[in-house]
Design a protein around this ligand. Sequence first.
Ligand code: KIV
Ligand code: ZN
Length: 451
Amino acid sequence: MSSERARITIFDTTLRDGEQSPGCSMNQQEKVRLAHQLDRLGVDVIEAGFPIASDGDFESVKAIAEVVRRPIIAGLARACSADIERAWEALRLAQRPRIHVFLATSDIHLQYKLRMTRDQCVAQAREAIQLAKSFCDDVEFSPEDATRTDPDFLCRVLDAVVEAGATTLNIPDTVGYTVPSEFAELIATIRRRVREIEKVTISAHCHNDLGMAVANALAAVSAGARQVECTINGIGERAGNASLEEIVMAMRVRPDRYPYETGIASEQIFAASQMLSEITGVPVQPNKAITGRNAFAHEAGIHQDGVLKNPLTYEIMTPKSVGVPDSKLVLGKHSGRHALSIRCEQLGYQFDRRVLDDVYRRFVRLADKIKHVEDHHLLELIRDTHKPTGSATPLIEPIIPSQEAVVNAPAPEPERAFAAGAQTNPFGVPLRVASESHHEQTQQEDYLWGV
Ligand code: KIV
Ligand code: ZN
């Protein structure tokens, strides 16, 4: 059965469109770290950035192109030579580079933003693809605001770029305006009318302004698109992009309706989501499908009873299948140091005994003030171990790190994550484990902390 399923290319744009969301900007080190996690997650394409946008973006794309070798690495460019040349400079050393060129095609954008005619638009798109193609075999074209573009004109532009050598045609619903039935019709029209369409991959890029990004992306796939562009936690411009985890799990949970394969290792989803949230400091909405902290929580008595008797009563997928740790330990003032250290490990940190003592002391004080210590509180508290005394938020008191403290924050060393027998955190980063003798010595102190 599985061999009959069409393979969908997962194009992750967390580092480009996602990074454009307010509050979600990342530095180079953070982007490289997340790119390694996207690699572990199994995405096919990583859109690493928009190289002409800034020197920082350029350097990040270049660094990712150099060190993340399995997936295709894409860089975004407007349809002009300066952008395309800059994108190529950043991507040149990638194992599998892709230049992604975009140009708006709707009359609204042509008239008010670009101030160009339709004929000029077709000519510019064609020339841009020819230039990109002179550098790189793998070239994607996006007609920005495609869903508000006259379909006849859209097909004319697409004809021109296919002839010029584009290998992927990405159809963006830039403003999140379309609805599933309409978007499916548009994809069908493109498949029917664009010449030599069978030679290229059709892609969908959906924004979530009406909350329909995932539904629209899935409708496009059902109509013949074979690539979807998406982001972790659905981050992106304004209301965001289609969420990677929701698209992938819809296909996993409902193969009867969506008989498609992806290369995603779904057990890596939660780690990717947590890592993104930890890096950006933007928490995941609690009721967010798949990755929200309530996604697998059962509150009502009837539900709890059912789930205890058989999880199938109220769970359509297991928490484990998306990498959510089996038992969700609730951290409060009665929690011991053991529970705290397990949760820290799940969040990607392992501490030696002394730092754990510091973290625990502050944790207990915090738990006295608030009922439940959530992951974001804990992350804030952990992050604070790096700050000088006195820089704490009102809720959390600063830790004075001891001389021997080791804060094993995840580092960008993915290859070590695969070393035989190595213990890794949920992000695949090796954990540093305290020595046996130190362990014995500190075990004797455990009673102090109620472990
Ligand atoms: O939303 C959009 O139109 C885009 C394009 C650059 C693909 O992000
Ligand atoms: Zn977009």
